[in-house]
Design a protein around this ligand. Structure first.
Ligand code: MN
Length: 504
C-alpha cells in the first residue's frame, strides 16, 4: 500500500540503581535479547527498537519527550524486569503522547526449580515490578494495553501485533489529511458531524473542495497517460467488450481513466490519505467516479460516499492496520436484507464503490445506468466478496458530545448468483444473530456506512479506540440486548464524566 512508512516501536525497560551494576547489565542484556528475538521471530509489522534501561525520573521523562518528537516512533512497549519505583515514572508518563503497551512478561519461561537462589529472585521480579508500574498507570488513568504472558508465546505476540497495527494507524491519522469533494449528502444526519471535534480527538483534518477543483485536475491529464492506464485495465480485469478500445462505449472507459488520473494527481499533490464524493455535487463531472474510486481504495486510500468523511478516515485507518494481512478492507453499506426466518442475511454493497481488495475473483469492468443523480452511466468493478470467513463492520458516529466506534463481527458467505445486480457485493450474518446484532447496532446509532474487513479482529479496533480515548462498543457472539442497552447507558455516564468539560 502507498504511503505507509516503516515505523519503530520503542522497547523501554525500567529498573532502579539499588541492584548494582552487574544486575543492571543483565537486565539490559535480557531486554536486548527479547527485542532481537521478537524482531527475528514474531513477524511484527514494525520494528522494535531497544532503548537503554531507565533508572531515574530524568531519564524516563527525556525518553518520553524524545519519543514524542521522533517522527518514526509510533509507540512504547514498557516492561519492568526488576522493581522500578513508579513515582519515577509520573513525569515521563504524563509527558508521553504516543500509545503505550505494558508487556507483563519475564525473560525466562520456566522457573529453574533446582538452582533458584536469591540472585535469581533479585533479577526476575516482573511479577511484582510490573504491578507497581501498573498501579501508577491506573492512578494516572492512563490509557494503555496490558499484555501478560511469556514473550515467546504466539498468543502474546499476536496481541502485541494487533496493538502495533493500531498504533501505526493512529500515527497515520495524526496530521493526516482527507479531501472532501462536495459536501454532505443534503439532509443526511449520520454521515455528518463535527470536524473540529474530530480533529481535536483524532488528529486528522478534512479539507473541502468544489468539484471544479477536481475537474481542473482531470483536464491536465494527457491522452498518452490514458492510453497507458487502459492497458493496465485490460491486464488486471475482465473488461466488458463494449468498453474495450474500438468498442461502442470505449470513450466511457477513457473518461473513467481520466477521472482516475485526475483524482490521483490531486490526492498526491495534497498528500491526502482519503477522500469523499457525493453524487449530488457533480457539476462538470461527466459520471460519478466509481471504478476510479475502487482502484484508489485498493491502493490504500480511505473512501466513503455522500461526503461521509468519518467513514473515509476509518477505512484508511483500517487499511493501515490490515497492511500485509489477508482479506482486504472496503467501504461498505448495509444495503438490503434476506429475511427468511432463521437464515437472515445482509447484502452489503454501495452504488459503485466497493474495494476490490475484498474480491474473491477477477473483477469485471462494466457500465450500467446509476438510476440516481442524472449523469452519464458510470463504470464500476463488479465482483463477489470472499465468503466463508469471519469479518467485521466498523462505524464511527458523532454523538454530539463525543464519538463512538462500533464494531459488529459477522459471518460471511458466498452470495447466490446475482446475474442482474451490476455492483460489487458481500453477504453476511451479523453476530450474535441477525435480530440482536441489528437491534444493538441501531440502538447504538451505528451508521449504514461502515469499514468492512475480514482481515482484522475486534482487538485491532478496540486498541485503536483506546488510543483515541474514544468509546468502543462491540457487538459479537457474547452480546445480549439487555447487556448492550446497559453498556450504552453506562458509557454515556463514563464519557460524560471523563470528557465532560471538553478536556482531551
Ligand atoms: Mn451510501
Amino acid at each position: 500500500m502507498k504511503s505507509i512508512p516503516q515505523l519503530e516501536i520503542w522497547f523501554v525497560t525500567g529498573s532502579q540503581h539499588l541492584y548494582g551494576e552487574e544486575t543492571l547489565r543483565q537486565v539490559a542484556d535480557h531486554s536486548q535479547q527479547i527485542v532481537d528475538g521478537l524482531n527475528s521471530s514474531a513477524k511484527f509489522p514494525h520494528k522494535l527498537v531497544y532503548k537503554p534501561v531507565v533508572v531515574s525520573p530524568e531519564a524516563i521523562r527525556n525518553l518520553a519527550l524524545e519519543a514524542n518528537n521522533t517522527p518514526s516512533c509510533a509507540g512504547w512497549i514498557c516492561w519492568m524486569h526488576t522493581f522500578s519505583p513508579a513515582k519515577m515514572w509520573i513525569g515521563g508518563l504524563t509527558s508521553l503522547k504516543i500509545p503505550m503497551l505494558h508487556l507483563h512478561t519475564q525473560f525466562n519461561r520456566d522457573l529453574p526449580w533446582d538452582s533458584i537462589d536469591m540472585d535469581f529472585m533479585n533479577l526476575n521480579q516482573s511479577a511484582h515490578g510490573d504491578r507497581e508500574f501498573g498501579f501508577i498507570n491506573s492512578r494516572l488513568r492512563k490509557e494503555r494495553k496490558v499484555v501478560a504472558g511469556h514473550w515467546q508465546d504466539t498468543k502474546v505476540q499476536s496481541r502485541v501485533d494487533a496493538w502495533m497495527r493500531a498504533a501505526a494507524a493512529w500515527k497515520d491519522w495524526q496530521g493526516g489529511r482527507f479531501a472532501r469533494f462536495g459536501d454532505n449528502m443534503r439532509q443526511v444526519a449520520v454521515t455528518d458531524g463535527d470536524k473540529v471535534a474530530a480533529e481535536i480527538r483524532f488528529g486528522f483534518t478534512v479539507d473541502g473542495y468544489g468539484i471544479g477543483d477536481l475537474v481542473d485536475s482531470m483536464n491536465t491529464v494527457s491522452e498518452q497517460s490514458i492510453d497507458e492506464l487502459i492497458q493496465v485495465y485490460l491486464e488486471e480485469y475482465e473488461v466488458a467488450d463494449e468498453l474495450k478500445p474500438g468498442g461502442a462505449r470505449a470513450e466511457s472507459l477513457r473518461e473513467s481513466a481520466r477521472i482516475e488520473l485526475g483524482l490521483r494527481t490531486f490526492l498526491e499533490a495534497g498528500n491526502y490519505k482519503g477522500f469523499t464524493t457525493t453524487f449530488e455535487d457533480l457539476h462538470a463531472m461527466p459520471q460519478l467516479p466509481g471504478f476510479a474510486v475502487q482502484r484508489l481504495m485498493a491502493d490504500g486510500y480511505g473512501f466513503a460516499g455522500e461526503g461521509d468523511w468519518k467513514t473515509a478516515a476509518l477505512v484508511r485507518a483500517m487499511k493501515v492496520m490490515a497492511e500485509g494481512l489477508e482479506g482486504g478492507v472496503s467501504f461498505m453499506e448495509d444495503y438490503t436484507y434476506h429475511l427468511a426466518e432463521g437464515d437472515e442475511k445482509v447484502l452489503g454493497s454501495h452504488m459503485l464503490e466497493i474495494c476490490p481488495s475484498i474480491s474473491a475473483e477477477k473483477p469485471r469492468v462494466e457500465i450500467h445506468p446509476l438510476s440516481i443523480g442524472g449523469k452519464a452511466d458510470p463504470l464500476r468493478l463488479v465482483f463477489d466478496a470472499q465468503g466463508g470467513s469471519k469479518a467485521l463492520n466498523a462505524s464511527i458516529v458523532d454523538l454530539g458530545d463525543r464519538f463512538r466506534l462500533l464494531v459488529n463481527t459477522v459471518e460471511t458467505s458466498k452470495p447466490e448468483p446475482l446475474p442482474k445486480l451490476p455492483v460489487a457485493r458481500a453477504v453476511w450474518k451479523p453476530y450474535p444473530d441477525f435480530h440482536t446484532g441489528c437491534e444493538a447496532w441501531i440502538l447504538a446509532g451505528g451508521a449504514h456506512h461502515t469499514g468492512y474487513t475480514p482481515a482484522l479482529s475486534p482487538e485491532h479496533l478496540e486498541d485503536f479506540a483506546s488510543m483515541a480515548e474514544t468509546e468502543f462498543f462491540l457487538i459479537d457472539e457474547e452480546t445480549t440486548l439487555r447487556g448492550a442497552k446497559k453498556e450504552l447507558k453506562w458509557n454515556d455516564l463514563y464519557f460524560h464524566l471523563a470528557h465532560g468539560l471538553g478536556h482531551t
